[in-house]
Design a protein around this ligand. Structure first.
Ligand SMILES: Nc1ncnc2c1ncn2[C@@H]1O[C@H](COP(=O)(O)OP(=O)(O)O)[C@@H](O)[C@H]1O
Ligand SMILES: O=P(O)(O)OC[C@H]1O[C@](O)(COP(=O)(O)O)[C@@H](O)[C@@H]1O
Ligand SMILES: [Mg+2]
Length: 492
């Protein structure tokens, strides 16, 4: 069954647009607008530096209704004489339905679904799914899959479904696994991937192919792609990975190689604009509930219990915020997008004291990126980076714990019971849940259909619940490039 076109998910993924920091009385003191999807990446300095793809930003000057397609490149843009073939899906009994439902070349997905009567039609992306024509014969395809960056529930499902999609839908049986991230292209042997080899991997967390940070060397990677005769490259990873994928696509184009480069966006942090959400995010939020619940049980069983739970979120508070909203046991949620302070009127210490007096306990959830400016002040000189160049964060959980303890025991002379829970890696090192599994399957199948149809330099993802192809060099990760602007719109 081709889920990406049978579309059982219409309207199923609501776009998150706001978050709350809870207060003791109304449990809803600050309402903060994220403007996740309104964040205009065309104004983003990262994207304005990027090359505009040949067919991007196509609008019809004859009808000036502001209709724009942010199109993805196609192999024929630089290899105009490439032959095409009928899509083998139409010969398969199992996929017979697809024949009537091939995605039409003119199908696009609107980025904005809320519009005004006279507003321009805005940006659109090419709709994902199988095309009538493909640009690869099945027996000619030599595909490879690589996973880079941090873990996320569902990576194995994506790997599995790329392999199964290529094999079952398109009859491809030459698929290589690149081991250990980008550096695996030039420093490790490949493994052979078949539906049998990947059959059970979706039941495990982590990545079957191993991952790494750093090690991106465009020339060496493309040399290797060329040497091995690879002509479809599937790259699963986050913002760094997709920037690397973009470099690979550019080099492939420069060398005039018939190689389709497809990115599948991955991040536990969910800090990607345009697409509805990132895979594994729901699973992580669900797992975070267990930590929050434990903190709540602990602190409501003692006097003056203060529970702190630290969750992932380097530059964004999506996991912390969603886990908070889902749990209803959290009194205060600290996220990187919203500055806070400890002392004085309106500060965290005052809030904790109020809550202890009123309710005897408090649960605080902190995203790991929250309050980093404060921590940096108190721990001067620490500015380490990981192998990919991402800044290593200081531990906000330990910092909060220590400061709260000092404040209440030394200054306020109050006995408190502090319980600090750090489930950081536990929420991402697990297999994906049912809905993430289905989502991962759609992503993988969309990527396979796109590459077979000759698109390249693209990523996939649901835009307003319809899967679309998005140019890789436009790919708008929210926060590492341009932190979203938060606006406090109400305070009760
Ligand atoms: N600007 C870039 N250009 C090329 N490769 C990059 C770039 N940024 C990161 N990478 C590579 O992408 C891979 C993953 O990046 P990283 O930031 O660790 O994770 P993520 O992709 O999850 O954000 C690493 O191998 C890194 O070398
Ligand atoms: O310790 P690691 O493996 O480098 O990962 C930690 C980081 O990974 C993240 O989950 C984000 O990872 P990505 O950049 O891979 O999306 C952050 O929340 C966290 O700071
Ligand atoms: Mg990243």
């Amino acid at each position: 069954m081709d889920l990406s076109i049978s579309s059982p998910f219409r309207g199923a993924f609501p776009a998150p647009t706001s978050t709350f920091i809870l207060n003791p009385k109304s449990r809803c003191s600050h309402s903060l607008n994220f403007f996740k999807h309104q964040n205009s990446y065309s104004k983003n300095p990262f994207f304005s530096r990027q090359k505009i793809p040949i067919r991007a930003q196509v609008s019809d000057p004859a009808v000036d209704d502001g209709f724009v397609i942010d199109d993805v490149p196609h192999l024929t843009d630089f290899l105009p004489d490439l032959p095409s073939y009928p899509n083998p899906l139409q010969n398969s009994q199992a996929y017979a339905i697809v024949k009537q439902t091939f995605v039409r070349p003119e199908d696009v997905v609107a980025q904005k679904i809320v519009v005004q009567k006279d507003s321009s039609r805005g940006v659109h992306f090419r709709r994902a799914g199988p095309r009538e024509k493909v640009y690869f014969k099945s027996e000619e395809v030599r595909a490879c899959i690589v996973t880079c960056g941090g873990l996320c529930p569902g990576i194995n499902t994506v790997i599995r479904e790329i392999v199964c999609g290529l094999n079952y839908m398109y009859g491809v049986d030459d698929i290589l696994g690149i081991q250990g991230g980008y550096r695996g292209f030039y420093s490790k042997n490949t493994s052979t991937l078949t539906p049998k080899v990947v059959n059970d991997i979706h039941k495990r967390g982590g990545t079957f192919l191993l991952t790494s940070r750093g090690g991106h060397d465009t020339q060496k990677i493309v040399d290797n792609i060329q040497d091995r005769g690879i002509n479809q490259v599937y790259i699963i990873g986050g913002d760094g990975t997709q920037r690397g994928a973009s470099r690979i696509y550019e080099e492939v184009e420069k060398r005039g190689l018939k190689v389709a480069v497809a990115g599948i966006p991955k991040t536990i942090d969910n800090d990607i604009a345009v697409i509805d959400k990132s895979f594994g995010f729901d699973t992580a939020v669900e797992e975070a509930q267990r930590a929050i619940n434990a903190a709540h049980v602990e602190v409501e069983s003692v006097e003056n219990g203060i529970g702190i739970v630290k969750l992932m979120g380097r530059y964004s508070g999506f996991i912390a915020m969603f886990a908070t909203l889902a749990s209803r046991d959290v009194d205060c949620c600290l996220i990187p997008e919203s500055p806070f302070y400890l002392e004085g009127k309106g500060g965290l210490f005052e809030f904790i004291e109020e809550r202890l007096k009123e309710n005897g306990h408090i649960v605080i959830v902190a995203a790991e990126g929250a309050g980093q400016e404060y921590l940096a002040q108190s721990m001067q000189g620490i500015d380490e980076k990981d192998a990919s160049g991402n800044r290593l964060l200081l531990d906000v959980g330990l910092w909060l714990t220590q400061n709260i303890k000092d404040h209440f025991t030394k200054e306020r002379k109050m006995a408190i019971n502090m319980k600090y829970i750090d489930p950081t890696y536990m929420i991402r090192a697990i297999p994906s849940n049912a809905s993430d599994n289905i989502y991962c399957t759609l992503l993988a199948q969309s990527a396979v259909h796109g590459a077979m149809a000759g698109y390249t330099g693209f990523t996939v993802g649901p835009v307003n619940s319809r899967h679309a192809y998005i140019p890789i060099f436009f790919f708008p990760y929210l926060t590492s490039i341009n932190p979203p602007k938060l606006k406090i719109i109400e305070r009760y």
